[in-house]
Design a protein. Structure first.
Length: 247
């Protein structure tokens, strides 16, 4: 499945280390790890294909000719392989944008990725969740390759979403200690200040910000991350229902 997914979307190459991290849940000794490495070595084939066929300006122009009938074009940043992608990273992040764009991006990174790390790291320290094996204790190292996606694309909202999805996937397969979870829950609910902060934070997280495709990093176009998210969908629903009933 991973080979097929890589050929469909080459981004998956950057997340293979996460899949290996998940596989380590079944590792009891070093011998098992080496067996897993041999299995994963087959993925070098599609990875090499992705790195070798990086595209060039000629292919970019031919693709645009083919797509003309659909009134579509390939994004210019994809027309020159990795070199142009890196050049595009510099241009988009250090030429076109102002400080507000960077602040929006940093806040999106915190709310989209860092907050999950802090939450689940707290769970690990309090023994609410535990990892399956000692070989997963330095799990953050396996997420380092995913940072490269920020160099290869400018739609950082999608990048943040991809990374956070893999982070959550890793944490939720850990072993849950129900007794410690109930103990911590009771501690929070019995403290009025902690309970208020928790409920307010959850309300803010669900209703008062959004992670759009560009994470607010859209060439100073006025798009902000602090906009109604779920509330906006409720408003759309009310409007659509009115139109439907009116017709």
């Amino acid at each position: 499945m991973l080979i097929l997914i890589i050929l469909i979307h080459e981004y998956q190459v950057l997340f293979l280390s996460i899949h290996f991290l998940l596989t380590l849940s079944f590792a009891n000794n070093r011998k098992t790890i080496f067996r897993f490495i041999r299995i994963y070595s087959f993925l070098l084939i599609p990875t090499i294909l992705v790195l070798f066929f990086i595209g060039d300006e000629n292919q970019y122009e031919k693709l645009n000719i083919i797509l003309q009938k659909f009134d579509l074009i390939v994004h210019p940043q994809l027309g020159g392989g990795f070199y142009k992608a890196i050049g595009g990273f510099y241009k988009w992040h250090f030429y076109y944008f102002n400080y507000l764009d960077f602040i929006n991006l940093l806040i999106s990174l915190f709310l989209g990725i860092v907050i999950f790390y802090l939450l689940f790291q707290f769970f690990l320290e309090k023994k609410i969740i535990t990892l399956h094996t000692q070989y997963q204790k330095n799990y953050f190292i396996f997420f380092i390759p995913t940072i490269a996606c920020f160099l290869l694309a400018i739609d950082h909202g999608r990048n943040i979403s991809l990374i956070s999805t893999h982070i959550i996937a890793f944490y939720v397969i850990s072993k849950l200690n129900n007794d410690n979870l109930l103990k911590k829950k009771n501690e929070i609910l019995n403290n009025s200040l902690s309970k208020f902060i928790l409920f307010f934070s959850i309300f803010f997280y669900i209703f008062m910000w959004k992670l759009d495709q560009m994470a607010g990093f859209t060439e100073s176009s006025g798009q902000m991350i602090f906009q109604s998210s779920l509330f906006a969908e409720f408003i759309k629903l009310i409007k659509y229902l009115y139109q439907f009933l009116d017709e």
